[in-house]
Design a protein around this ligand. Structure first.
Ligand SMILES: Nc1ncnc2c1ncn2[C@@H]1O[C@H](COP(=O)(O)OP(=O)(O)O)[C@@H](O)[C@H]1O
Ligand SMILES: [Mg+2]
Length: 314
């Protein structure tokens, strides 16, 4: 039996006739770190709030580790631990006392043993008896995760967990999320930064204006097969080149660099050689050919429709 860590089907949120989350569906595999990537206001927090039933759904289903939230609400809730807003701690109490406090409030009994376990899991053994006000941001973040893990959930959901962390902090955070997945815990993280998703996730969904527009693994996003690069040509006669390439139907993504003898087109590696040969054979001088390196960031912008406008060349 291969149950999914999470299944989200047609999740929709309407507020006063405005659709904030629009028919979003995705699945999270066991032991996977799954990302929700999208700009601010895209609907990530709203999706997460609906998953953990902090707010109602207009439509859609949420199934956590096989438990349907509509049919087995308590069971499905007990499978999840989440940090949706910044976790609040009593700064003048130790990390341990804070956890103890949450443990006392939990609906299911949380043993002393379990508190020790989560403290170890998040690597706070040495600091747990210090006051929270002495903690770095990263340590507070980990204390938050410890709290979310107290009741032993199989799915951990973290909304923008790296907000305010520096690159070193993010790397540490990633390593330790990875160690959680080794214990069979699946993780969902949200972020508006692709660079973070790239570091942390196995797969991610791109959310924009409430819609899920793409699910991809990091490798797929970067892979050459899927992605045709833009290539910049410098030639003696741009207009003549345009006519030639139009005949060959190679001008779909044609762009001229104003004031210069340059144009860019989107073609694969093999076609670069063909275009070069064609131009030269018709007496057009080719001065230079430059593949424009495309980063994951470009690819993301392209997918979300923000790239390409205004040209790529500085
Ligand atoms: N309760 C609400 N009522 C009206 N609009 C809301 C409400 N909650 C969120 N929104 C709007 O929904 C959109 C998505 O918000 P949010 O889920 O917080 O996005 P994200 O977490 O991706 O930044 C935003 O435009 C926000 O202003
Ligand atoms: Mg948010």
């Amino acid at each position: 039996m291969t149950k999914k860590a999470l299944e989200v089907r047609s999740l929709t949120k309407k507020v006063k006739n405005k659709v904030i989350v629009d028919d979003v569906s995705f699945e999270v595999e066991k032991g996977e770190i799954f990302g929700l990537l999208g700009p601010n206001g895209a609907g990530k927090t709203t999706i997460i709030r609906m998953i953990v039933s902090l707010i109602g759904r207009t439509k859609g289903e949420v199934i956590v580790n096989g438990y349907h939230t509509d049919e087995q609400f308590k069971k499905s809730m007990s499978e999840m631990g989440a940090i949706v807003e910044n976790p609040e701690f009593y700064k003048y109490m130790s990390g341990y006392k804070n956890l103890k406090h949450y443990a006392n409030m939990a609906t299911n009994e949380v043993t002393e043993e379990r508190i020790k376990e989560v403290v170890k899991l998040v690597g706070l053994e040495n600091a747990v008896h210090q006051k929270v006000k002495t903690y770095s941001l990263g340590m507070r973040q980990r204390l938050g995760v410890a709290q979310a893990l107290l009741h032993n959930p199989s799915l951990l959901i973290l909304d923008e967990p790296t907000n305010g962390l520096d690159p070193q902090g993010i790397r540490e955070f990633r390593d330790y999320l990875r160690s959680l997945t080794k214990q069979g815990i699946s993780v969902i993280v949200s972020s508006h930064l692709l660079s973070e998703m790239e570091l942390m996730c196995d797969r991610f969904a791109i959310i924009e204006k409430g819609k899920l527009i793409h699910v991809s693994s990091i490798n797929q996003l970067a892979s050459q097969e899927q992605f045709v690069p833009t290539v910049l040509f410098e030639v003696s006669d741009v207009n003549q080149a345009f006519e030639l390439l139009k005949e060959q139907q190679l001008t779909n993504d044609w762009k001229v660099v104003e004031g210069q003898q340059q144009f860019s087109i989107k073609i694969d590696k093999e076609t670069i050689a063909d275009v070069n040969q064609l131009l030269v054979s018709k007496g057009i001088k080719v001065y230079s050919i430059h593949p424009i390196t495309t980063t994951l960031e470009d690819r993301f912008l392209e997918l979300t429709g923000k790239g390409e406008k205004g040209g790529k060349n500085e």
